[in-house]
Design a protein around this ligand. Structure first.
Ligand SMILES: Cc1cc2nc3c(=O)[nH]c(=O)nc-3n(C[C@H](O)[C@H](O)[C@H](O)COP(=O)(O)O)c2cc1C
Length: 194
């Protein structure tokens, strides 16, 4: 039997224009296996700070939250590239996950892959651990392995921001292949909800 085609949504936990994590996902879009498309979500900045007053005054959610929920619902899986801020995931990403954890539980039973890039030597190990903890609480089906920690990011991208390091490209390719397998395994008939 042929695997069904997959559409993945990719979210970088950084608003920075030259974000290594966004660049990593842009590389991922070009390295996805056959039959898999990966779309980099670019509107995280539209998600407001979580506020229960705002939530109760707009039960469907603010437009920036609705757009993110819809994009996740239309995807077969979510790939999150997180920076590391003070040994944890950045607030901008945690904020978005807090919105997604509310009534409609947008991440429950959804396949998710976690990776990350940092300018330092540890490659977001602690950020990914904290992100996994939050995702488990949200009921997401987080791929346990392989992991991908991109350390010393400045050495791995070229002047144009493309992922140039051959070993990292190969690891990313393997990672995406494994995630496609994970999506087929944990959500075999969970075609994107439209
Ligand atoms: C507030 C702040 C805290 C940071 N804390 C860490 C840290 O704990 N560990 C680490 O490896 N890098 C840390 N960094 C460096 C980031 O990993 C680095 O800026 C990275 O490039 C951010 O990701 P981005 O390029 O996708 O924006 C920190 C950066 C900022 C701005």
């Amino acid at each position: 039997m042929t695997d069904r085609p997959l559409h993945l949504l990719a979210l970088a936990g950084s608003l920075r224009r030259a974000s290594w994590n966004r660049r990593l996902l842009q590389a991922a879009a070009t390295l996805a296996p056959a039959g898999v498309t990966l779309e980099v979500y670019d509107a995280l900045a539209d998600v407001p700070l979580f506020d229960e007053d705002l939530e109760s005054s707009s039960p469907e959610g603010p437009p920036g939250v609705l757009a993110l929920r819809d994009a996740i619902a239309a995807a077969d899986g979510l790939v999150i590239a997180t920076p590391e801020y003070n040994h944890a995931l950045p607030g901008v990403l945690k904020n978005a996950l807090d919105w997604l954890s509310r009534d409609d539980q947008a991440l429950a039973d959804r396949p998710v892959a976690v990776l990350g890039a940092s300018s330092g030597p540890w490659g977001t190990r602690l950020a990914q651990a904290s992100l996994r903890q939050v995702l488990h609480t949200c009921g997401a089906l987080v791929m346990p392995s392989p992991t991908l920690f991109v350390a010393n990011a400045a050495e791995r991208f070229d002047a144009q921001g493309a992922l140039a390091d051959a070993a990292t490209r190969a690891s990313l390719e393997r990672f995406l292949g494994a995630f496609a397998g994970w999506v087929h395994r944990v959500a075999p008939s969970c075609a994107a909800i439209t």
